[in-house]
Design a protein around this ligand. Structure first.
Ligand code: FMN
Length: 150
């Protein structure tokens, strides 16, 4: 049996993306630095994943539900592989330069292209809803208490 890619634990610094996520798609994402992207195993590619995220910032000890996209963003004809995490929580500020820790627990779907931005928005909303449901399971919640997030 092939070794599973999950759980996949990583951390990185939040860098500036191209700025479309929040504005065009209504879905702000934390873009990981190149180093974190380079470390990804080849099995984690062109996909949308669910898991948990924690920001290493003062006064916020919470572990949040998240969805993460990994790939070249084919809808935007991207060439560079990126990793972007959308946290299922409404923040009132940006976190550029801060560290974020994540664990990817499974894949929702493969990253693909769409005919319009609104189709991509619908797909992302559906990903968020799937992640929200999956992460309520005991199987996923057990990762909240492990040493990684303590
Ligand atoms: C949950 C989720 C799913 C995504 N799925 C796709 C996808 O299937 N195809 C794609 O081209 N981009 C996908 N993206 C990436 C968006 O294209 C990307 O977030 C957007 O280009 C914003 O990037 P920017 O912050 O660099 O501007 C997804 C992003 C998220 C958060």
């Amino acid at each position: 049996m092939a070794h599973s890619s999950f759980p996949y634990y990583t951390l990185g610094t939040i860098v500036h993306g191209l700025g479309r996520g929040g504005k065009e798609l209504g879905c702000p994402t934390a873009n990981f630095d190149e180093n974190a992207v380079a470390k990804l195993p080849s099995s984690i590619y062109q996909g949308v994943y669910y898991g948990w995220a924690k920001l290493l910032i003062p006064d916020d000890n919470q572990v949040y539900k998240m969805v993460t996209s990994v790939g070249t963003n084919p809808f935007y004809n991207g060439e560079k592989k990126t990793m972007e995490t959308h946290i299922l929580h409404k923040f009132t500020k940006d976190f550029y330069g801060e560290t974020v820790k994540i664990v990817l627990l499974g894949e929702i779907r493969k990253m693909t292209t769409f005919n319009s931005a609104s189709e991509l928005v619908d797909a992302i909303q559906n990903d968020i809803s799937i992640a929200n449901n999956k992460l309520d399971s005991e199987e996923c919640r057990q990762y909240l208490t492990g040493p990684f997030f303590q």
